[in-house]
Write a protein that binds this ligand. Structure first.
Ligand SMILES: [Zn+2]
Length: 274
């Protein structure tokens, strides 16, 4: 994981945008033997997520999908500023159906849909970074027969699906061939389920870039086993605030993200400068 920049020193300015990197909501401890809610914000109570949405809305933020931010094609109500909510790994606490067929009000999607009902001016936007379903990894969000239904539901609401690779390895030491296989495999999985889907952005597993600089161009585009992909953005884990497209310092292929450490992220979101 990229170095975690202390959120305490960051201020959101007109030229920057918080891209929040969510993982688990009330799930098991991220690190075995560690506390349930770790200090990095990798697993946060669902009540903390609700509170963070309240703070975002109150502070004038407006949720947008990653691809729309990168393209700079945003229609944001006057006086609001963009924020991107991202969700990695297809964790079960992000999107869960109850046995009676309704969406668990205590999963992240349940909270966002409910929040939208109470705040119609807060649209259902955000980007889910999906690891390809496989015998080894299970299906996204873990409920076997609901895989396609959930992903379709997210698209229908207006969320974006992004690539989080075939099997989620660190990219640090992979060969060029392995990198192509992983990125292409994640992209192909989503397009098999939804043939007309556009997959535009890639979140790096653990935020790790390939150490071999010559191989980094495969993050942008490539082809493996006859399947071609192209990304307009690549996301890290941690690293602080992103610059907005058009601002000096914006690099669409190295977009930093903010981990949602309860308390610290609320402080950051209320820090807005000029
Ligand atoms: Zn991940």
């Amino acid at each position: 994981m990229e170095a975690l920049i202390a959120l305490a020193f960051l201020v959101v300015t007109a030229g920057t945008v918080p891209v929040i990197c969510y993982h688990e909501f009330g799930g098991p401890p991220e690190f075995s033997g560690g506390p349930q809610f770790d200090v990095h914000g990798l697993n946060i109570p669902i009540s903390a997520f609700r509170q963070q949405l309240e703070v975002m809305e109150k502070q004038g933020y407006y949720p947008v999908n990653m691809r729309d931010l990168i393209r700079g094609k945003l229609s944001i109500p006057k006086g609001r500023r963009p924020i991107v909510l991202t969700f990695d790994d297809g964790r079960p606490t992000q999107f869960r159906y109850l046995e009676n067929g309704s969406i668990d009000p205590n999963c992240a999607v349940g909270v966002m849909v409910d929040f939208h009902h109470h705040h119609p001016d807060w649209p259902t936007r955000g980007t889910f970074y999906i690891i390809a379903g496989s015998d080894e990894n299970g299906v996204p969000f873990d409920q076997e027969d609901l895989e396609r239904q959930k992903l379709k539901q997210l698209l229908d609401w207006g969320f974006e699906l992004g690539n989080h690779t075939l099997t989620h390895p660190s990219f640090k030491k992979l060969t060029r061939r392995q990198l192509l296989h992983e990125i292409s495999g994640g992209d192909a999985y989503l397009k098999r389920l939804f043939p007309s889907l556009k997959v535009d952005t890639l979140a790096l597993p653990y935020g790790d870039l390939p150490e071999n600089l010559n191989d980094r161009n495969v993050l942008v585009k490539g082809r493996s086993v006859g399947h071609a992909y192209q990304n307009i953005g690549v996301l890290l884990v941690g690293g602080g605030l992103s610059h907005l497209p058009g601002e000096k310092g914006f690099d669409p292929f190295r977009i930093p993200r903010v981990l949602p450490i309860p308390g610290a992220v609320e402080k950051l979101l209320t820090s807005a400068g000029p």
